[in-house]
Design a protein around this ligand. Sequence first.
Ligand code: SF4
Length: 379
Amino acid sequence: MILRTPLFYPQFHCIADKCTDTCCVGWEIDIDEATLAKYRQYSKTGADQARKAFGKKLLENIEDGHFKLLPGDRCPFLKENGLCDMICHLGVNGTDLDESGESILSNICREHPRFVEVYGDIMEKGLGLCCEEAVRLLLTSPCHPRPDRGSSLLPLIESEIDEAPDEMPEGVEEARDAIFQERETIFGILNNKSIPLNQRLLEVLDFAVAVSDYEEPEEPSLSEQAIHQTWIEILGEGESFGPAWDAAYERMIRKGWPTTCHCEHSEAFAFSDDDGARIVAYLIFRYYAKSLFDGDGLTKVQFAIYFWIMLKQFGEELSADSPAGASDLTRKINAVKLLSKQTEYSEEIMEILADNFFQNEVFCPGQFRNIISRMSSST
Ligand code: SF4
């Protein structure tokens, strides 16, 4: 099997107590069956009484297949110092654990924020943009002049791994390779720094429309203001990620669609074209090939571009919780992270977005073109 990842993937390490965030608040933490069996075993055969007692504590804190969260949706094993009590408690000298203590962790705790997708004999892995360290790596990793795959802004690396491939029905491999080829074309367009990013996005959109069966509808007769309002309000249609999102969303609604470029406000930070190309390429990397399963590449492209447009238009509002004096990079990271949590990590919102991209004329490619054409680029 071939493993394909972004070039920066192997450098990733959770920065734990140095992280300004935590992955252990705000989500339901599922405990898979194998881990549950391990905890049951551990509570009976742990190396000493303390370990057995900890095993029992683990079991007592599980309900309906996930950890019972504390007020504020906190994992019961998250310590005040931001470290994980499971690793701290069982990781040192644990005879039945590996040195890092990670073997006690459930799949989700061990893998998060990584994502994985398998396409026959090709496995792709990456890091979710809900993680600040992942966003930092994405935005700051050096360009690679001639990558084998991907683009210089998002170079991808491949290696052989010892895992059995997923079976693919006959003919599907060809379709998969065609989709990967389309994705490479999109990477190539995004990589063309000789033209402004907005122009590249228009080309990407045209390409995605051309390779789909999509028939462009008549443009809606709604006012520009109503269209912009819908583009914002759709983010409030599903469940909220939490108070940080609620506050950001309220700021976005209050501000409304910006009529001038962010960079014209003296205090505002601005995402650059380079940031945008990396972010869009990364979301294309994560989602585009999934069109092998649902036949819908265009909405994946629309999502990547929509995500970027909302960041570009509302970066200030999305990053307003950053500490005073935070660097532009920190503010960019916080904006990406919050938007990712509210969209990519909610199945409900991803479905709402995909449905609207597919059938709501307010989100048709023509509207994307109108909005992109009116946005300014910045280098
Ligand atoms: S956001 Fe990333 S760096 Fe921070 S705790 Fe989660 S995985 Fe670790």
